[in-house]
Design a protein around this ligand. Structure first.
Ligand SMILES: Cc1ncc(COP(=O)(O)O)c(C=O)c1O
Length: 377
């Protein structure tokens, strides 16, 4: 089955009982038992719900894994994965990982004794030298947010296997339509499904896919114990969003390509970060491990004042947190998504005050270009 067909026909399609072509929303918390312990697969909706289950099978099929799990947010998903580890365990993470992931590792999970080191995972030798006796996993984000750095998924997964570590990949920016980390050797894939998978700025959700029965058993135990599950209505919204994921991703990618080229040649713009540009350091690697470059672009306008001027003038780019929706969004990472990272650390990473990030939507690209031309003039 080809990618766009899979988005429509993978997972559980429709409803066997009625023939409904769309998965019903099972808005239910508990299920009648015939006798104690005798039930039809579901006993309580934290443990399992048919609509959530349909979504979980679908995302597992799309990522090529063994089992999928739906959580109440991307952070609930990441935090639940981290609960696979114990006090004294160590995890290596990408240095410009999503700000919320940095925060949960350094302000919450550290209090439970889970140690974290943040390194430039685009350099395999740097990752190798960060491995300690107690390291249990390598957590990657590629492309990164907001600097769009690229990590070699195959090389890092190979290294992790040699050392007996798990490879976990945050695949939010690419989605399974453009990148499938499990096929490249990863063990766990996590998504903020709030972004491209939902795609319409109307649901907050997280998804996880694992590549082994043991991980499936362990993560289901955590999902059920901790309970940060996704509700049936939101699960249904994601199933609906996924049907058009291919169309949307193609359009995001094509629009972003045009806009990145335009920004790259504009005199008021400094560095442009977009892996689709031939001069991007991760361009060739990206071509090897993905089938598209995505819709995220960051660029430097020089200062906080200039960034604010741009924001005030733009008409079609909504100033908002988040990304990956049909409408174009714009943000200033230093004061928004990455505000939880101390300024010194941000500057070290290259997240300057004038760095602007756009999530290119699926509007007509000519309108988006005209808007940028007037706002940058
Ligand atoms: C790459 C990435 N991972 C994880 C998250 C967290 O997801 P959520 O906001 O759904 O909790 C985000 C949110 O912006 C993100 O961009």
């Amino acid at each position: 089955m080809r990618a766009k067909t899979k988005l429509i026909h993978a997972g559980i399609v429709g409803d066997e009982a009625t023939g409904a072509v769309s998965t019903p929303i099972y808005q239910v918390s508990t299920y009648k038992q015939q006798a104690v312990g005798q039930f039809k697969g579901y006993e309580y909706s934290r443990t399992g719900n048919p609509t959530r289950h349909a979504l979980e099978i679908l995302i597992s099929d799309l990522e090529g894994g063994v089992a999928g799990f739906a959580f109440a947010s991307g952070m609930a998903a990441t935090s639940s994965i981290m609960m696979l580890f114990s006090k004294g365990d160590h995890v290596i993470l990408t240095d410009d990982v999503y700000g919320g992931t940095y925060r949960v590792m350094t302000k919450v999970l550290n209090r439970f004794g889970i140690e974290a080191t943040f390194v430039d995972t685009s350099d395999v030798s740097v990752v190798e030298s960060a491995i300690l006796e107690n390291t249990k996993a390598i957590f990657l984000e590629t492309p990164t947010n907001p600097l769009l750095k690229i990590t070699d998924l195959e090389a890092i997964s190979k290294l992790a296997k040699e050392k007996g570590l798990l490879t976990i990949v945050d695949n939010t920016f690419m989605t399974p339509y453009f990148q499938q980390p499990i096929a490249l050797g990863a063990d766990i894939v996590v998504h903020s499904a709030t972004k491209y998978i939902g795609g319409h700025s109307d649901v907050v959700a997280g998804l996880v896919v694992v590549n082994s029965e043991q991980l499936a058993k362990d993560l289901h135990f955590i999902q059920n114990s901790v309970g940060a599950v996704l509700g049936p209505q939101d699960s249904w919204l994601l199933i609906r969003g996924i049907k058009t994921l291919g169309l949307r991703m193609e359009e995001h990618h094509m629009n972003a390509m045009r806009i990145a080229e335009f920004l790259n040649n504009h005199e008021a713009v400094g560095r442009v970060f977009y892996p689709g540009l031939a001069d991007h350091p991760g361009h060739e690697l990206m071509k090897k491990q993905t089938t598209g470059f995505g819709g995220m672009i960051s660029f430097d306008v020089g200062s906080e004042v200039k960034a604010d001027e741009l924001l005030a003038k733009l008409r079609y780019f909504t100033l908002a947190e988040s990304l990956g929706a049909v409408e174009s969004l714009i943000s200033v990472p230093a004061r928004m998504t990455h505000a939880s990272i101390p300024r010194e650390r941000r500057l070290e990473l290259g997240i300057t005050d004038g760095l602007v990030r756009i999530s290119v939507g699926i509007e007509d690209v000519e309108d988006l270009l005209e808007d940028l031309i007037q706002a940058l003039s």
